[in-house]
Design a protein around this ligand. Structure first.
Ligand code: 5GP
Length: 128
């Protein structure tokens, strides 16, 4: 069984201009905007404009142009935020949640770019 893309998800509405966003970057194939509930001083979401649910879906069906644009956009966001350790920034973390186990809330592929503070271990220690 495959899951189909939900045209009414929040990021689809942002892409259609039905909901506002605090835009950081826009290219032909990608959009980056600040997370509405930031978990760190710098927290930006980068999304492709195409209807992809998660990383695996994007990797399977996106064009080479969309993929190149997306990867470049993530790097550009890091540069715009001034958090690239190679340029004297403090560093950052990229996160992409998928599905229930991954804790994905919005079913449109996105990468979180998070930085601006010490982020601690990669996963919170829980007894789950
Ligand atoms: P996920 O859990 O799917 O990886 O992350 C979804 C993210 O989208 C969350 O960090 C959440 O704060 C953010 N988010 C949810 N609704 C909105 C919205 O309407 N605008 C913005 N900018 N971010 C949103």
């Amino acid at each position: 069984m495959s899951i189909s893309y939900d045209q009414d998800n929040i990021f689809a509405k942002i892409l259609r201009g039905e909901l506002p966003c605090d835009k950081v970057l826009e290219t032909d194939h990608s959009l980056a905007f600040r997370d509405i509930a930031p978990l760190a001083p710098d927290h930006v979401l980068v999304i492709p404009k195409g209807a992809y649910i998660c990383f695996e879906h994007f990797s399977k069906e996106a064009s080479v142009e969309e993929m190149a644009d997306f990867v470049h956009s993530v790097g550009e966001v890091v540069r715009l935020m001034g958090i690239d350790p190679g340029s004297g920034g403090g560093g950052y973390r990229l996160i992409s949640n998928a599905g229930m186990d991954g804790g994905q809330e919005v079913p449109h592929f996105h990468v979180h770019v998070v930085g601006g503070r010490r982020l601690g271990p990669i996963l919170a220690a829980t007894n789950a």
